[in-house]
Design a protein around this ligand. Structure first.
Ligand SMILES: *[C@@H]1O[C@H](CO)[C@@H](O)[C@H](O)[C@H]1NC(C)=O
Ligand SMILES: *[C@@H]1O[C@H](CO)[C@@H](O)[C@H](O)[C@H]1NC(C)=O
Ligand SMILES: *[C@@H]1O[C@H](CO)[C@@H](O)[C@H](O)[C@H]1NC(C)=O
Ligand SMILES: *[C@@H]1O[C@H](CO)[C@@H](O)[C@H](O)[C@H]1NC(C)=O
Length: 432
């Protein structure tokens, strides 16, 4: 772990109180909306917010499981409303920070005395540093769920100061990551507190454009006049009591979103798996989480091999062609038919409690690597990954997935392609 500044660490006050950061807003939005685009060179999902006074656009890679927003404070951070979080303040408690630090440099954003810190992380490269917690103005567009509307701002939005040492592997122009995780200071939690709307948010990723909603539905898309939030299938969220972040304070729970996959079926035939890997053990290892940082679903080696074997068995032998990295099973697409939901390949079901199924169709299971070659879009995560199944971006595209923090559940839409729309079809209108 790299450390960007000198810190004096001592244990935090043991007082924990429930606090909501106070915000000011003239107009109370019911929900907020952010555009999301996929960066073709890194396969990351990128969004943009405005921050500071005066407001400047900030590009951020989406990080579904990260505990908060972090942005680079080292370069060009100019703002008259930047305020570091002082040790033992309500902000530090809300952030569960256990460190209080000093900075032996000229005071500036990211470098102040008597401030608490957290660990901004680049989860693409598994890098983390330590950075000052601060607050500043954040502005985003509101929405009625059908189109984007008036810009609203939250005046005391908490974030962590990161630095350029965390930029490795991020798309050019990106200067931070948008943490949407299971924590009190994640972007969804703060927006819900700021504007008093339900603690829900939804991601709808696309192969080029998509959308992120904070708050409850309606979530409506062009070419379709129905509210997708009304037809979601739900499964409980599972709390992993051990942090899965690149750096954390000991005792912190994970801010990642875990769901209870109990098995995988291919063409409705169960694949034999080591069930121990599907549950979360005392060290926080195992289980299934959802990630926007993994471009493709990552499976522990034994699960990966069993899935590839079962999937391949369901297709004619003659279709198999030489694999193209990082994939292990590729097929000649000439003989494979197509439907609205992509190539007609074996169905992959993630089985969830209470007979709920997350069904993956060809559009989400296959990746076209050449004009006539399609590969199974899952990758081998090695023998001992922290998490056994990481559902990645390609498998989420054109599916709307809602996270209901209050009810501790995830709702998913299945492929929007069935309903003749896509995540790219949200009606973004220019900011008022
Ligand atoms: C923090 O306090 C130390 C010791 O008093 C001082 O040398 C340093 O300049 C201060 N740093 C900032 C950023 O104010
Ligand atoms: C998109 O939203 C704008 C603003 O609400 C509205 O005027 C326009 O008709 C909408 N476009 C479509 C195709 O529904
Ligand atoms: C199943 O996975 C667990 C956890 O990795 C491992 O300890 C156990 O040996 C595995 N069982 C079999 C039969 O491979
Ligand atoms: C796929 O099959 C077609 C028709 O049989 C053949 O012409 C083509 O060369 C094959 N492509 C690969 C990559 O094997």
């Amino acid at each position: 772990m790299a450390v960007s500044r000198n810190l004096l660490l001592f244990s935090a006050s043991l007082l924990f109180f429930i606090v909501s950061p106070s915000f000011q807003a003239s107009f109370r939005p019911k929900a907020l909306v952010l555009p999301v685009s996929k960066d073709a060179s890194t396969n990351q999902y990128v969004t943009q917010i405005k921050q500071r006074t005066p407001l400047v656009p900030i590009k951020l890679t989406l990080d579904l499981g990260a505990e908060s927003l972090w942005v680079d404070c080292e370069q060009n951070y100019v703002s008259s409303t930047y305020k570091p979080a002082r040790c033992n303040s309500a902000q530090c408690n809300l952030a569960r920070s256990k460190s209080c630090g000093s900075c032996f440099d000229a005071p500036k954003p990211g470098c102040n005395n008597n401030t608490c810190s957290l660990f901004p992380a680049n989860t693409v490269k598994n890098l983390a540093t330590i950075g000052e917690i601060a607050q500043d103005v954040v502005a985003v567009q509101s929405t009625d769920g059908k189109s984007s509307g008036k810009v609203v701002s939250a005046s005391k939005f908490l974030f962590i100061c990161g630095s350029a040492i965390l930029f490795d592997g991020l798309p050019s122009g990106v200067t931070g990551m948008a943490g949407l995780g299971r924590s009190k200071i994640s972007m969804p939690s703060q927006f819900s507190a700021a504007f008093s709307f339900p603690r829900k948010f939804a991601i709808c990723l696309g192969s080029s454009n998509g959308v992120l909603f904070f708050g409850d539905g309606p979530y409506s898309f062009l070419a379709l006049n129905i509210d997708i939030s009304k037809s979601l299938i739900y499964t409980p969220l599972i709390l992993n009591p051990v942090s899965t972040a690149p750096a954390s304070f000991s005792g912190d729970p994970s801010s990642d979103y875990f769901i209870g996959v109990t098995g995988i079926s291919i063409n409705e035939k169960p694949v034999a798996l080591n069930k121990t890997l599907l549950s979360i053990n005392k060290e926080g290892h195992g289980g299934t989480k959802i990630s926007t940082v993994a471009p493709y679903t990552v499976l522990q080696t034994s699960i990966y091999r069993a899935v590839v074997r079962a999937f391949t068995k369901e297709l004619p032998k003659a279709f198999r062609v030489r694999a193209v990295a990082p994939f292990g099973a590729c097929f000649n697409s000439t003989g494979i038919g197509f439907s609205r939901v992509g190539p007609g390949v074996p169905l992959i079901d993630l089985n969830l409690p209470n007979k709920v199924v997350w069904r993956i169709f060809g559009f989400n299971s296959m990746v076209r690597v050449k004009a006539d070659v399609l590969c199974l879009g899952f990758v081998d995560g090695g023998l001992e990954p922290t998490t056994s199944i990481v559902i990645g971006g390609h498998q989420l595209e054109d599916n709307l997935v809602q996270f209901d923090l209050a009810a501790s559940r995830v709702g998913f839409s299945s492929s929007l392609l069935f309903r003749q729309t896509t995540c790219a079809n949200f009606n973004f209108t220019s900011a008022a």
